[in-house]
Design a protein around this ligand. Structure first.
Ligand code: PLP
Length: 358
């Protein structure tokens, strides 16, 4: 089947085959990666190689730390204010459920200034902002760069001046090249484009580390992870190993993020063209804010949407149901989704349209 799940989601077949060949014994270690001590030479090589590959693939400058954490992207909603609030206030743009959840946690620890929101339009677009809307005294500006549920994406980052930009890239990291220097902190749950659930990656500018209140629990302080190369306690070893394989696939099989972007653009264009030409399906998102990773669409009739999801599943196109908060359909076409999956989906959509258009 082709799996259009929003996450956890498809992994490249190349990665799964390699992991399966190494499942019982990694190299000549006599052990599975799952059974290895995290302090062993083999695992140290795995985590260091994973970090080096991520640095190469994303072109991460030396003044940024890469941290491997647990707790999901959701724990970052709390860790970010715990670690970055000094003056006690942050600016936020509300682009949906995930930024609202981040605002809820921020409000427990400091002042949350809502700068812009697209809530009134069902989060169908990215609010445009200008530099003078942001508080130059804020500790950071927070955005969710790709909105998994609604299918919107920032194609131009807000100009926040000297205030660090903090961004949730859970559902778009590694989909295209980015300029890391534009951000103070980037975070992502791994379970979409990086690997399996259980790993969260934080990329943070060094000067933002070490500002947490001294009462902050060690496990919630970025400094603990930075000072201990993410090995203060047992890291999610198997998820890090798979993330390393995903990065190897990106470097050696795909050829890097420029190539990945070209492939992703082609897949997304195919699906959006089908939607734009359709008389049955509509894409509710503003054209200039469309996501390449999560593509939402509706027929306008909830019963027909349900029928589509059911028949698609029977045709081997699974997990196309939209998020429970918005309904309709959503095709998540992360890096690992082959073009054949999108071709099969668009052919199925055309066939469904011809059978169901009144
Ligand atoms: N942020 C975004 C953009 C997401 O799509 C998700 C989950 O889908 C999350 C945060 C929450 O991630 P987690 O379940 O790892 O906490």
């Amino acid at each position: 089947v082709f799996n259009f799940s929003a996450g956890p989601s498809m992994l490249p077949e190349w990665v799964l085959k390699k992991a399966s060949a190494e499942m019982l014994e990694y190299g000549s270690s006599g052990q599975s990666v799952m059974e290895m001590s995290h302090r062993s030479c083999d695992f140290m090589t795995i985590i260091q190689t994973c970090e080096q590959r991520l640095r190469r693939v994303m072109n991460i400058p030396d003044n940024y730390k890469v941290l491997f954490l647990q707790g999901g992207a959701s724990l970052q909603f709390s860790m970010i204010p715990m670690n970055l609030l000094v003056k006690g206030k942050a600016d936020v743009i509300n682009t949906g459920l995930w930024s609202k959840k981040a605002m809820k946690e921020l409000k427990k620890l400091g002042t949350c200034n809502l700068i812009a929101s697209s809530e009134e339009a069902g989060f169908s677009y990215i609010p445009k902002t200008t530099k003078d809307q942001f508080d130059p005294e804020a500790d950071y500006v927070y955005i969710c760069e790709n909105n998994t549920i609604y299918g919107t994406k920032y194609h131009q980052l807000p100009d926040t001046g000297a205030v660090p930009l903090v961004a949730d890239l859970s559902s778009c990291i590694l989909s295209e090249p980015i300029d890391v220097t534009q951000y103070g902190l980037i975070f992502a749950g791994a379970q979409k484009n990086m690997g399996p659930a259980g790993l969260t990656v934080v990329i943070i500018r060094e000067d933002l580390i070490g500002k947490a209140d001294e009462k902050t629990p060690s496990m919630l302080d970025y400094k603990t992870y930075a000072d201990n190369d993410s090995m203060f306690n047992t890291p999610p070893t198997y998820a890090i190993y798979i993330c390393g394989l995903v990065l190897q696939w990106l470097e050696e099989e795909i050829g890097g993020l420029d190539q990945m972007k070209t492939i992703n653009e082609k897949k997304a264009a195919l699906l959006y063209e089908t939607l734009d030409q359709s008389k049955l399906f509509k894409a509710p998102v503003a054209k200039e804010d469309r996501s390449m990773m999560n593509i939402t669409f509706v027929t306008g009739d909830a019963e027909l949407d349900k029928k589509f999801v059911k028949e698609a599943e029977a045709a081997g196109l699974v997990n196309l149901k939209g998020h429970r908060s918005v309904g309709g359909m959503r095709a998540s076409i992360y890096n690992a989704m082959p073009i054949e999956g999108v071709e099969k989906l668009t052919a199925f959509m055309r066939q469904f349209e011809s059978e169901n258009l009144k």
